[in-house]
Design a protein around this ligand. Structure first.
Ligand code: KG4
Ligand code: ZN
Length: 333
């Protein structure tokens, strides 16, 4: 069964066709870095405009340039949130229009759940064991949850201020790097001393599985101010110390959650999951099967939307109502 997926919740326009929830038959993704880099973050109105300029042609050319036909598509899956409302609406309206024009079911997908699904998408369902622990770390989300089944989750903790990717992006700007800065911080950190600065994330007493990254961002700001010159060595050391502290707090929460209950595996998704330092850290410290998405499925992409759409369609073969609204925030759990 082939499903067309569409993703436009933030600043990536992406279209994919996935077979039976696992094999990607094709995917096109257009980044908007060229627009947003000059603002140091996503400019919501310009993001929506660019999606509406890019998406129709992307869908049209998607089939033209491949040996794929819209006639083999059996459903259309699209993110309906959370994210930027104008951006979501572009993809959602496109998906609804195609659903009516082609007479196919339409499926609304929670973007955060799809990030989690990306971790296990290419794997045989015999690898899926429950309960598992899930972590989504991206530019918009930092959420820790218990996965009882695909589609049934319990929230364990989330960020009380900035998402981890947002903290990486803000730290990057302080170091003179352009948006998005996560991968650039990782690169810089490779040659820095992770213990040059004693950065530490705040601990939240009342909610020990919650995260807070805003203090870390302030710490890097003051540490930078104290330096007489922002030399290459200082930048590398700040990046390495920031990265160490950000992932140390993630590891602490994971270890705390793992001490509270027995989990069969750990699923990790979201743009920040592409970080190799983090992957190595977890592989050394967590004694559990860990499922990471391949790098191309960490950042926002339509394949994870089409992949999860397949499972939603099994539960609900008629699909969702065309009255489904875009939602900037979705109570995920
Ligand atoms: O999942 P994603 O594409 O978008 C959201 O749903 O938010 O994640 C984008 C975020 C950005 O904040 C970016 O800086 C961060 O993921 N990111 C990284 C790395 N690659 C991307 N952060 C740390 N290390 C990386 N290698
Ligand atoms: Zn995302």
């Amino acid at each position: 069964m082939q499903i067309l997926g569409i993703e436009t919740t933030c600043d990536d326009t992406s279209v994919a066709v996935v077979q039976s929830g696992t094999s990607i038959l094709g995917q096109d993704t257009a980044s908007q870095e060229d627009i947003h880099a000059q603002y140091g973050g996503v400019y919501p109105e310009k993001a929506a405009q660019r999606h509406s300029q890019t998406l129709p042609e992307m869908v049209d050319q998607f089939f033209e340039k491949r040996q794929l036909s819209p006639q083999n598509i059996e459903a259309i899956a699209v993110s309906y949130g959370p994210g930027l409302i104008g951006s979501i609406l572009t993809g959602l309206n496109c998906a609804k229009t195609l659903s009516v024009a082609w007479g196919l079911p339409f499926i609304g997908i929670n973007h955060v759940e799809a990030h989690l699904y990306a971790a296990i998408m290419g794997r045989s369902s015999s690898d899926w064991r429950f309960p598992s622990l899930g972590l989504v770390i991206s530019g918009g989300h930092t959420i820790l949850l218990q996965i009882n089944h695909l589609g049934e989750y319990q929230r364990l903790g989330s960020t009380q201020d900035d998402a981890i990717g947002e903290a990486f992006d803000k730290a990057a700007i302080l170091l003179g790097l352009s948006y998005p800065g996560g991968a650039k911080i990782e690169k810089l950190a490779e040659q820095g001393d992770p213990y040059a600065y004693p950065f530490k994330s705040a601990h939240i007493k009342k909610a020990p599985l919650d995260f807070s990254f805003s203090g870390l961002k302030t710490a890097i700001f003051y540490a930078k101010q104290k330096e007489s010159q922002l030399t290459d060595t200082v930048k590398k050391n700040l990046a390495a110390s920031f990265q160490r502290a950000a992932f140390a707090t993630i590891l602490d929460k994971l270890q705390l959650a793992l001490s509270q209950k027995t989990y069969k595996s750990l699923w990790i998704g979201g743009g920040v999951a592409a970080n190799q330092y983090f992957r190595s850290l977890l592989e050394q410290k967590v004694n559990l099967p860990i499922f990471f998405p391949p790098r191309n499925l960490c950042q926002d992409n339509a394949a994870m939307i089409a992949g999860l759409g397949y499972h939603k369609l099994q539960e609900n073969p008629k699909g969702d109502s065309l009255t489904l609204l875009a939602s900037s925030r979705i109570p995920f759990l």
